[in-house]
Design a protein around this ligand. Structure first.
Ligand code: FAD
Length: 322
């Protein structure tokens, strides 16, 4: 609970031993955090969606939000997911992606763990190569022009192989990504490293598999529910203010995960934000992709993030994780 952490960190106020008079500060912190949760519940009961009480509130039902909700559920948390799109248009950018994924791998055996056994003929005409931790790290540095957060990059790279296996365990189906590799005139394929696999049926398959996993896990997704602000108490985020139809609903949780995606599928935002980059052929191609559901996308507040911050113009930075 962030409140407890915050209070415990303020040792100076409560004394070095974490004791205020005879009462340990952990108890004080617990008392306050329980009181805040009770208050939150009483407030929530006033609203029509009063039944929503969760340990973890996830905003956004794309790959990031669905994966976060499944991971939290695995850890035993009661999770709710809020998604502004209607159910029939769910899936965010994830649904429109190619489903290509980049991860560390050490030869064909690692790929087979994700795609199943590769037959002798396929093996004979392919060099599946490998992609090391160092290569991934270098690629991240190059693509982000050394602006990527070091700790997060470490996490991304170090956990990439096990994350792919975890996604596979959730029901995501993979196949070798032959289309992006080097092909010689005699038909021999040499993998370039990096994005070696893609999901079956691209983003549609990826999104569909994750929604199925979320349903199996008993996680409730609230559609047409847009997060409009974070609710803070005593400097801690304790919930999300949402708009659902005409109702404004406050949903409280012990943790809030914002997974509201980017602007890749919105041509107007891509042009406005990736300004100089949009003149490069790569970005021009990206912004001209005709995306299903673009009418829905263009109804969103242009070029702003989920809860109001303006997106920051970044010259020459790719928004594409692969
Ligand atoms: C055409 C295309 C092809 C791509 N191909 C690839 C690829 O092959 N490989 C790859 O790695 N990446 C690819 N990408 C990029 C990839 O799709 C995204 O990086 C990824 O899907 C982001 O996932 P996400 O969960 O963060 O966001 P999203 O999938 O966009 O999900 C965000 C969700 O949050 C919801 N939301 C937003 N605001 C709110 C709010 N206020 N309240 C409630 N809900 C909200 C949205 O409706 C959406 O459902 C591609 C992108 C595009 C457009």
């Amino acid at each position: 609970m962030p409140c407890i952490d915050a209070i415990l960190r303020e040792e100076g106020i409560f004394g070095k031993n974490g004791v205020f008079g005879e009462v340990p500060i952990a108890q004080i912190a617990l008392f306050f955090s329980n009181a805040i949760c009770q208050l939150a519940r009483v407030r929530a009961r006033r609203w029509p969606m009063h039944e929503i009480e969760a340990d973890v509130v996830v905003v956004g039902a794309g790959l990031a939000g669905l994966a976060a909700s499944l991971a939290a559920r695995e850890a035993g948390a009661l999770v709710v997911v809020l998604e502004c799109a209607p159910e029939e248009e769910r899936g965010g950018n994830t649904r429109f992606s190619n489903g290509a994924m980049r991860a560390v791998y050490d030869g064909v055996a690692d790929i087979e763990q994700l795609v199943g056994e590769i037959g002798p003929e396929e093996r004979a005409r392919t060099d599946f190569g490998a992609y090391s931790r160092e290569q991934y790290f270098d690629d991240m540095a190059r693509v982000t022009q050394y602006r990527a957060d070091l700790a997060l990059t470490d996490l991304l790279v170090d956990r990439s192989r096990e994350t792919m296996q975890w996604l596979h365990k959730q029901g995501v189906k993979f196949m070798p990504l032959y289309a992006w590799q080097f092909r010689s005139s005699d038909g021999f394929i040499r993998f370039a490293g990096g994005s070696a696999v893609e999901t079956y049926d691209g983003g549609e398959g990826l999104s569909g598999a994750l929604f199925a996993a979320v349903e199996r896990a008993g996680i409730r997704v609230h559609y047409r529910t847009r997060a409009t602000a974070l609710i803070e108490q005593s400097g801690c985020v304790v919930g999300v203010r949402t708009r659902c139809g005409r109702d404004s609903v406050d949903i409280f949780g012990r943790s809030v995960v914002l997974a509201t995606g980017g602007f890749e599928a919105n041509a107007e935002c891509a042009r406005a934000i990736l300004v100089p980059a949009s003149r490069s052929p790569r970005c021009a191609a990206a912004v001209s992709i005709p995306v299903r559901g673009s009418a829905w996308r263009s109804r969103r507040a242009p070029c702003r993030t989920a809860i109001g911050q303006d997106a920051i113009p970044r010259a020459g930075i790719s928004t594409h994780p692969t």
